[in-house]
Write a protein that binds this ligand. Sequence first.
Ligand code: HXC
Length: 510
Amino acid sequence: MQHILEELQKRRDQARQGGGERRIAAQHAKGKLTARERIELLLDEGSFEEFDMFVEHRATEFGMAEQRIPGDGVVTGWGAINGRVVYVFSKDFTVFGGSLSMAHAQKIVKVQRMAAKVGAPVIGLFDAGGARIQEGVDSLAGYADIFVENVLSSGVIPQISVIMGPCAGGDVYSPAMTDFIFMVKDTSYMYVTGPDVVRTVTNEEVSHEDLGGARVHAGKSGVADGAFENDLEALTQIRRLVDFLPASNREKPPVRESFDDPERDEPSLDTLVPANPNKPYDMKELILKVVDEADFFEISKDWARNIITGFARMDGATVGVVANQPQVLAGVLDIDASRKAARFVRFCDAFQIPIVTFVDVPGFMPGTRQEYGGLIKHGAKLLFAYTEATVPKVTVITRKAYGGAYDVMSSKHLRGDVNYAWPTAEIAVMGAKGAVEIIFRADAKDPAKLAEREAEYKARFANPFVAASRGYIDDVIMPHGTRRRIVRALKSLKNKQVSNPWKKHDNIPL
Ligand code: HXC
């Protein structure tokens, strides 16, 4: 019996060695952890249960029959994050560069299916060279099997991808279909085709980093939802994110004991909005002062910074926060901001997470760049997302809510449940100056008259009371009481039930 146990131990040790000491040392030399080290850091200590440690590829061409490494380039299984079950797969770059064979794909599909079945998040850690070149079409088939599970699980369980090394070719499209992508700065990159192919096809010279590094995707393309300094920070932050999320669409988001008084006043908010309507202020200050313990997990922090999205808790329960940021482009809605917020709103709605919206928006961004880029279709995404969302929706207008953007930002008209405004709110078709220049064009040559008209317009419309008199705003609230009012509103909406008409699925303007 003893020798059988020893044989098992020997096989396990061999599998845990992955591609061997030399390749592990090379991995460390690049500032990267190994697939197994990453799992250790991601999961609660000692909670990892591995699947398929002995799986090997079945290819025989190009000398592959002689090169079989147990595990075949991906470590898979399940474990816990702060006691809650999650499924994981972690690509092992030390084994065939983490490239994907059919056997490797089947291991991933197994955890994807298990996660969907039990209702638990899937977290994929990527560090891989794409399709296993020696396997040809089997590898492509394997990718497609993973894509299918990504799509079927979308909106059912949270799917999170962390890019921690190369991620090219087939490897990019699975993360692209998950809910969130995070990258590690300097050691990870993502692209469909690498610099060599780019040079051949377009004559463009570009580095890995400039083509698909973390800064590119977290700041320019918006493909990634965040970039972290190193593996350790990335994995620690993923643990934090998972704590905010429900395990599946069958559960309500987790509620954590809060030590922050739900009735807490925040007197400094009474002076947050400057007297001059053209002066910016930091909307993040409002968010941090209102949510529990100033704990805010921001999504897409460095992309489309004119809108803020992220998770927080109110009296212990997770909420999704969407807020215009007057500090960037005056908080205008443009293509990127609309796309970013729409996707976030849809995630929240799919996973029963109430949405709190803070509004200070001067309108949609004018200009040919925006119109040629399809602002109409992209802006409509946000309008669509807020409208179809059936989760509790609480909105606070702090200052500007102009034009179509007023409607879009979770207004009463789009089935907002509780809509508040601060006394500093200006709810109107547009700003006073622009408005009088249009309706009193005849006075254009008379600045004194125009100024008089502007003051008149401001007094008449640049306030929350016209909207409140129609019932479009449920109450005009004191800024210092914002936290208390939101907590109470969310409490009142706890058992909200609304269902949309039956349909196979909607046709959001993609
Ligand atoms: C098999 C691979 C591999 C691959 C890397 N390796 N990529 N083996 N298939 N796709 C192996 C290498 O042979 C090497 O083995 C080890 O992994 C490490 O690779 P290096 O090149 O030494 O590492 P590095 O210099 O860090 O470069 C990493 C890399 C590069 C940039 C990812 O390896 C590379 O360009 N790989 C090919 C990428 C690619 O074109 N993939 C196919 C994409 S097409 P040894 O034994 O020396 O350690 C695709 C289509 C799918 O994915 C579409 C589905 C929709």
